[in-house]
Every structure is written in C-alpha cells, then in structure tokens.
Design a binder for this molecule. Sequence first.
Ligand SMILES: *[C@@H]1O[C@H](CO)[C@@H](O)[C@H](O)[C@H]1NC(C)=O
Length: 152
Amino acid sequence: MRRLLVLLAVLWVCDGVKFGQLCSSNPSNSRRTSDRWGQGQYGAGRGTRLHQGLDIKCRDGAAVYAPFDVTLNGRLTVYTDPNKAAINEGINLSGEGLCFKLFYVRPDRTSGTVKKGQRIGTMLPMQSVYPGITSHVHVQMCDRMIDPTQYF
Ligand SMILES: *[C@@H]1O[C@H](CO)[C@@H](O)[C@H](O)[C@H]1NC(C)=O
C-alpha cells in the first residue's frame, strides 16, 4: 500500500499540467499536421523563422474554451499586416503556473478569471485569410523558448 502511494505521488508530480478542450469543434485537442500553408508543430519552418507555438485544430466561428481555470491578461494583436486583419486578435492567459497566448481568437472579455471549460472567445475566420488551411488556434507560451507540446 505504501509503495502504491509513493508511486501515485511520483506519477502525479511527473504528470504535470495538461490542457483541457480548447475548441468546441475539437474535443480531443487534435493538432494541425500539414496543409498547403505549412505544418502545425512547434519548431516547424516559417520562411526564415521557426514556428514558436503549437496549432490546435478549431473550425472558424467555433467557441474557444478555457483549458483550465485561467486569468485573462489582456488582448493581443498577432500581425502588423493589414491583409490579415480578419484574424488579427488573440488573448494572453495564465493558469496552472503557465503563461500562454492563444492567437486567432476574438476574446469575449480581456480581464478577470474564467473556469475550465467556460467560453473565452470565438475562433476567427481563418479560411478568409488562408484558404484551405487547417483552421486552428495557435498556442504559444509567453516564454517562446518553451515548447507547449508537453502540455497536450
Ligand atoms: C501576458 O501577460 C503576462 C502576465 O500579466 C505578462 O507578463 C506578459 O508580458 C503578457 N504578454 C503579452 C505579450 O502581452
């Protein structure tokens, strides 16, 4: 019994934070793999840069949910390019000891707290900017050197 408890304690410590469902159209947080515009994993090529987030599939117009209890830290703009204005919103969040950002989401609110599974915003119309892409929420840690994949 004692050994079992020690094992459970170790598993609990190692298991760490996992994101709950982010998008109403994607109950399993499945990831964007590859499409005509690129690949969704952290570290994928983006021209001369590297992709500094992880893309989680989400249909245009879908509801976006808090993946755990979160504090809203304000709105973000994603691009400077006016041709991408339709999807140029995001939100900065913290919770479970993590600070992270969601891109391409129009926030319902930009301050306060939201419980896991409650709505935080709406997926913007990505197809209108990138026709044929796998529409997705981009998840990026505030410290861009940290790979968010470990939390999925
Ligand atoms: C996100 O919010 C955190 C916590 O308030 C802050 O430290 C960080 O600078 C913010 N990042 C951006 C890009 O707004």
